[in-house]
Design a protein around this ligand. Sequence first.
Ligand SMILES: [Mg+2]
Length: 376
Amino acid sequence: MKGILEHQIKIKKLETFTTRYVSAVRLTMEDGSQGWGQMSTYCANITSQIFHQQIVPHVLGKEFNDFMDMGNLIMEREHKFPGSYVLRALAGLDTALWDWLGRKEELPVTKLIGGTVGKVPVYASSMKRGITPEDEANRFMKLRDNFGYKAFKFRVGAECGRGRDEWKGRSEKIVVEVPKKLGPGIIKMVDGNSCYSAQQAIELGNRMTDNGITHFEEPCPYWLPDETKKVTDALKIDVTGGEQDCDMRIWKDMIDRKVVDIVQPDVMYMGGLTRSLQVAKMAELANMTCTPHAANLSLVTVCTMHFLNGIKNSGKFLEFSIEGVDYYPWQKDLFANDPFEVENGELTIKNIPGWGVDFNRDWLEKAGYEYSESEE
Ligand SMILES: [Mg+2]
């Protein structure tokens, strides 16, 4: 990504449109050209404060021609704050810069990184644990028949559950029930969300293997990579992880030691597309697949489709949340044009510059507004 821009350019203004859940960013360059991005969801009101206080001062009115170098510079200046919040805020700047560049070059972001527009196969991703195995299987069958999904992911254990299940027997049952109802032609995946000890995960994982499940995500607490590695080494199916991780040292270790089979960076937790591409490249050099994490229908899923189509070692399917307004009321009416129409189990990246979406004007008007502007 070195020298991604032909000329050095200055950022003139950065505006944020914020609710408790989402914060959109509008970037304006000194020549008046603009781009839109988003910070990571949840506690976005706090992230937006960090954006104006710890990101903006390092870039406003400064010349640059390289997104990676700019991101690194911010992290160096903020080296006492190496964690999630600063990167969640950085994602707002980075995704706005990619959108700006796409609009400037009149190219979709995926083309800027070597990808192509068109169809992106998705997997239907359930976020619910309170649902019974029967209801989950029935919901999946309807989605399969109505939208043509060819792959599904469902939940086992309790989230960071210290080995406990949502209720007794649910996980043992759901890893049999859902595959049986969906049948052999459909890809079946499971997410443990940091629930299990290695021994528990291996036992349940063997049951998954016997029932045709091919992907076991975050089986053990993600902060215990040695536990996860025991599961990866023991099971025949793919063990996957990395959605929470944003520190490059952790990624290097995960990839060097093959802690998981498949890496799952989240564009927004990572600090944007630039750093996510860096993780995908590290995985590619180690012959590992990258199936990014994207768990809601905000800009994260839009960015991730462009990302997935632009890397050589992408997994076959983009994660696509199947939860609606009952689960995610805040994602309603976020965009003016609906980028999430699934047909035949696929989304489409259209040939529109940048990310190819616009935030909804009404949503922006209702959001809390702040701006920082260069005086030069
Ligand atoms: Mg997950």
